[in-house]
Design a protein around this ligand. Structure first.
Ligand SMILES: Nc1ncnc2c1ncn2[C@@H]1O[C@H](COP(=O)(O)OP(=O)(O)O)[C@@H](O)[C@H]1O
Ligand SMILES: O=P(O)(O)OC[C@H](O)CO
Length: 506
C-alpha cells in the first residue's frame, strides 16, 4: 500500500465472465490494491458456454486473500465487502453438500433458444415482458433453470423437495462467503433478480404465475434483498466483515459512475457492451427493444429503475480479429491499423455471432461483412470493426430516446475498450454527443464498494460519492451530419442482411 492511502477500507469482489477480481478502495474511492484470476471457459457444444462454479469460488477466495496481502492490510481494516457479478449465469447446487449439480450455464449460452420459442407460443411474449420487463430470450436465467431441471436426471424432484438452491453468481459467492452448508445466507439482490425473468418488476418479489409458466419451483429461489444492506458476516479470510452489497456488474457500473439522477447514463465497453439509463423510480416500458431492469435499491429506499441496451459482441469482435483472423497481434493494435485509413472503404461489419441482442433480439441473425469490393483492405475492416461498436451504441441511444424521451447530453463510459481513442471519438461522432471517461475506470467494483460502504455508514450518502467522480478524458462530436446520416443508412442496410440466416432453431 502506498503512503497516500489511509484506512479503513472497503473491499469489492467482481465475479466476471472471464475472471474474478478483488479490489480494495479507500475513502476517496481510489484503488489501493487489485488481484485477479481468470477461470476456464467451457464450450461443450456450439453455442453452449459453461463455468465450473467450484473453480470460481476457489478463485474468489484467492483474489480476496491476494488483494489484502498486496494492500498490506488485515481483515480488521476492511469495514465492509461488496459483491458484483456477471449477470444471468445460472447455477443449481445441493443445499446439504454445497456441490453444484451441473456446471453453471453462462449468459452467452444459447441452448434454451428452442425452449424460449416454445414459451413464446404457449405463454406469450407479452406476458413475460409486462411482468418481468424482459423479452423472452436465452440470455436470461429462468429458461436456463428450466433446462437444468428438465435435463439433469432426478433434479426436478430434488428441487421440489427443497434440497436444491438456485443462484446467479452473487448468490453462490454470498452463500459460500457466509458459511455455505453451515448456515450460508441464500440471498440475491433486486438487480440480479431482475435478470432471472422470474421477478415481478413492480412488486420486487418472485412472480408465482411466471415461475409456474417457466416450470421453476419457487423452493429453489433465494430471498430477494436490496442492493445495499448487510446480508451476513463473512467467514474465512474476511471472518466477521459484513457482506453488505450485491449488484449485477452493469448496475454496479451505473452506481460506480454515480449515475444517481434520472436521465444519467453509462456504457461499459468490455467483451460485450451494456448501456444503462437511470429512469428514476419509474419502470419505463420499452417498445423499442430495450430491457426494463432494476438499477439499484439502497436499503429500504424506493428502487431506482433503468432502461438497458445490451450488445453481445463488441470487445470480443476485436479478440476474434486477433485470435481467429490473426489480423492484429494485440487488441490495442486495432486502433493503429484502423487509423491508417480515412474511412471504412465501403465495408460494414455486423457481428451477429450469436444472433443480435438489443434492439433486435433476433436469434436467427448471424454475422455479416457487407459492401466488400477489391478496394477493401484489412485496415478498412479494422475500422468497420470499431464502427460496429459505435453504430450499435447509436442504435441503443436512439431506442432510449424513443422509449424515455431523454436526449443524452453526455455518455459516461468505462471498460477495456475505452482505452481506444479512435473508438471513443467515433462513438461521439455517431451519437452526436460528448463521451466522458472517469479517472477510476474500475467502475464495476467501485459501484459495489460504494453500495457496501453506504450500507455500513462508511459513506454517508450518494452526494458524497458523486464528489469522488473525476473526469479523465472527453471526446466531442466533429462529424458532418450529412455524412453521419448516409453512413447510418448503410449500417442499417447491413444489419438487415444478417436476419433470418438460421431458418429453424434447433
Ligand atoms: N485498445 C483496445 N481497442 C479495442 N478493444 C480493446 C482494446 N483493449 C481491450 N479491448 C477489448 O476489451 C475487452 C476487455 O475489456 P474488459 O473491460 O476487461 O472486459 P470484460 O470485463 O468484459 O472481461 C476485450 O474484449 C478486448 O478485446
Ligand atoms: O462479466 P461481464 O463484464 O462480461 O458482464 C456480463 C454481463 O453482466 C452479462 O449480462
Amino acid at each position: 500500500m502506498s503512503d497516500t492511502h489511509t484506512g479503513p477500507f472497503i473491499a469489492a469482489i467482481d465475479q466476471g465472465t472471464t475472471s474474478s477480481r478483488c479490489i480494495v478502495f479507500d475513502k476517496d474511492g481510489r484503488i489501493v490494491s487489485v488481484d485477479q484470476k481468470e477461470h476456464e471457459q467451457i464450450f461443450p457444444k456450439p453455442g453452449w458456454v459453461e463455468h465450473d462454479a467450484a473453480e470460481i469460488w476457489t478463485n474468489v477466495q484467492r483474489v480476496v486473500a491476494g488483494a489484502l496481502a498486496q494492500a498490506g492490510i488485515s481483515k480488521d481494516d476492511v469495514k465492509a465487502l461488496g459483491i458484483t457479478n456477471q449477470r444471468e449465469t445460472t447455477l443449481l447446487w445441493d443445499k446439504n453438500t454445497g456441490q453444484p449439480v451441473h456446471n453453471a450455464i453462462v449468459w452467452q449460452d444459447t441452448r434454451t433458444d428452442a425452449l424460449c420459442h416454445e414459451l413464446g407460443r404457449n405463454v406469450g411474449q407479452d406476458r413475460f415482458r409486462r411482468q418481468t420487463g424482459l423479452p423472452l430470450a436465452s440470455y436470461f436465467a429462468g429458461p436456463k433453470i428450466r433446462w437444468l431441471l428438465d435435463n439433469v436426471e432426478g433434479l426436478r424432484e430434488r428441487a421440489e423437495n427443497g434440497e436444491i438452491l438456485f443462484g446467479t453468481m452473487d448468490s453462490w459467492v454470498i452463500w459460500n462467503l457466509t458459511g455455505g452448508v453451515n448456515g450460508g445466507r441464500h440471498v440475491t439482490d433486486v438487480t440480479n433478480a431482475s435478470r432471472t425473468m422470474l421477478m415481478n418488476l413492480h412488486s420486487m418479489e418472485w412472480d408465482e404465475s411466471i415461475c409456474q409458466s417457466m416450470g421453476v419451483p419457487t423452493a429453489v429461489l433465494p430471498e430477494i434483498r436490496s442492493s445495499a444492506e448487510v446480508y451476513g458476516e463473512a467467514t474465512g479470510a474476511l471472518a466477521g466483515v459484513p457482506v453488505a452489497s450485491a449488484l449485477g456488474d452493469q448496475q454496479a457500473a451505473l452506481f460506480g459512475q454515480t449515475c444517481f439522477d434520472k436521465g444519467e447514463a453509462k456504457s461499459t465497453y468490455g467483451t460485450g457492451t451494456f448501456l444503462l439509463l437511470n429512469t428514476g423510480h419509474e419502470a419505463v416500458n420499452s417498445y423499442n427493444g430495450l430491457l426494463t431492469t432494476v438499477g439499484y435499491r439502497i436499503g429500504e429506499q424506493k428502487p431506482v429503475y433503468a432502461l438497458e441496451g445490451s450488445i453481445a459482441v463488441t470487445g470480443s469482435l476485436v479478440q476474434w480479429m486477433r485470435d481467429q483472423m490473426g489480423l492484429i497481434n494485440s487488441a490495442a493494435e486495432i486502433e493503429t491499423l484502423a487509423s491508417s485509413v480515412e474511412d471504412n472503404g465501403g465495408a460494414y461489419f455486423v457481428p451477429a455471432f450469436s444472433g443480435l441482442f438489443a434492439p433486435y433480439w433476433r436469434s436467427d441473425a448471424r454475422g455479416v461483412i457487407a459492401g466488400l469490393t477489391r478496394y477493401v483492405t484489412k485496415a478498412h475492416l479494422a475500422r468497420a470493426v470499431l464502427e460496429a461498436t459505435a453504430w450499435q451504441t447509436r442504435e441503443i441511444v436512439d431506442a432510449m430516446q424513443k422509449d424515455s424521451g431523454v436526449e443524452l447530453t453526455a455518455l459516461k463510459v468505462d471498460g477495456g475498450m475505452t482505452s481506444n481513442n479512435l473508438l471513443m471519438q467515433t462513438i461521439s461522432d455517431f451519437m452526436d454527443a460528448p463521451v466522458v471517461r472517469p479517472m477510476v475506470a474500475e467502475t464495476t467494483c467501485l459501484g459495489a464498494a460504494y453500495a457496501a460502504g453506504l450500507a455500513v455508514g462508511f459513506w454517508s450518502d450518494t452526494d458524497e460519492l458523486r464528489a469522488n467522480w473525476k473526469r479523465a478524458a472527453e471526446w466531442t462530436p466533429r462529424m458532418d451530419a450529412a455524412v453521419r446520416d448516409r453512413e447510418y443508412k448503410s449500417w442499417l442496410k447491413a444489419v438487415e442482411r444478417t436476419m433470418g440466416w438460421i431458418e429453424e432453431e434447433n
